[in-house]
Design a protein around this ligand. Sequence first.
Ligand code: UT7
Length: 325
Amino acid sequence: MSLLRPVILGCGGYLPETVLTNADLAKIVDTSDEWIHERTGIRARHIAAEGELTSDLGTEAALQALERAEVEAKDIDLIILATSTPDNTFPASAVAIQANLGITLGAAFDLQAVCSGFVFALSTADNFLKSGQFKRALVVGAETFSRILDWEDRSTCVLFGDGAGAVVVEAQKLSGADNDRGILMSELRSDGRHREKLYVDGGPSSTGTVGHLRMHGREVFRHAVTNISNIIEETLARSGYSAEQIDWFVPHQANKRILDGTARKIGLDPEKIVMTVEKHANTSAASIPLALNVALEDGRIQQGDLVLMEAMGGGFTWGAVLVRW
Ligand code: UT7
């Protein structure tokens, strides 16, 4: 039997040049490196330069992913950009990336699932490619959260950073065997009853302003550990793999304590969890592809490895994607 299975051919990342450390933040708000690192695992984050847009970050990450995948931009017929910080309310920032790359083929659109955005975008690309509607996709997560932070609110401004990551995904005719490369499955969830626990207090249809990020941190934390543990267990149960068979867990990077708590709850080996939160902070939809990029660059993730990505974010939204690299 042969079937179309989307295979990840290459990954890229981009972090803006400016690094803002916890010590730098302590000069702006009443905080300390000790508090931030102990509660979150974060030491530093990157901040986009004035005039540097989400689409610029996404374009840089996409260019690196294309180069490593050995795919030319003209052969991409689908771009999905996961972002909650688009350049403008419309058009989609994905079309800016499309134009920056000189692509005129196919379709480009934004997808908004906050910190779960990359998982939602990869799952969406998976379904488009499996159906045969598109052949080769760029899935990008890019954010400039620094632009929606309230820099006087120490409970939120210390948590986030800017950045972008991207993967090139191609539909390939494969046998359908479990040891074939490619996206094996995905699970997506949302529960809008929790939409006011992590939100932006502005928008085109409500206030007519961009607004600032607001969060009930403790409640988000509690739900995050439960939802992430559940989605990992559900994905493993449906796929038939055990946690021991997963080579690498590449989670959304919100808080080291959330990742440690999840690992304890469901018995994951902490050595198998890729963590970048220390240097990147929470880059929302960019955090998973940035973490993938780090683990590929340092040689941890190898072809044939089983990689489980998972995320939870505003909405709430949460989900997981299982890939044979
Ligand atoms: O991407 C997915 C979405 N985001 C998340 O998953 C984040 C989820 N939440 C969290 O990671 C944690 O709840 C936080 C890191 C945001 C906060 O940690 P916490 O242990 O839940 O602290 P808290 O909010 O309960 O605050 C404890 C204390 C408070 O002081 P009092 O009331 O005990 O006197 C805060 O005012 O820490 C104070 N505080 C700070 N102190 C120094 C809050 N922010 C800061 C700060 N520096 N930056």
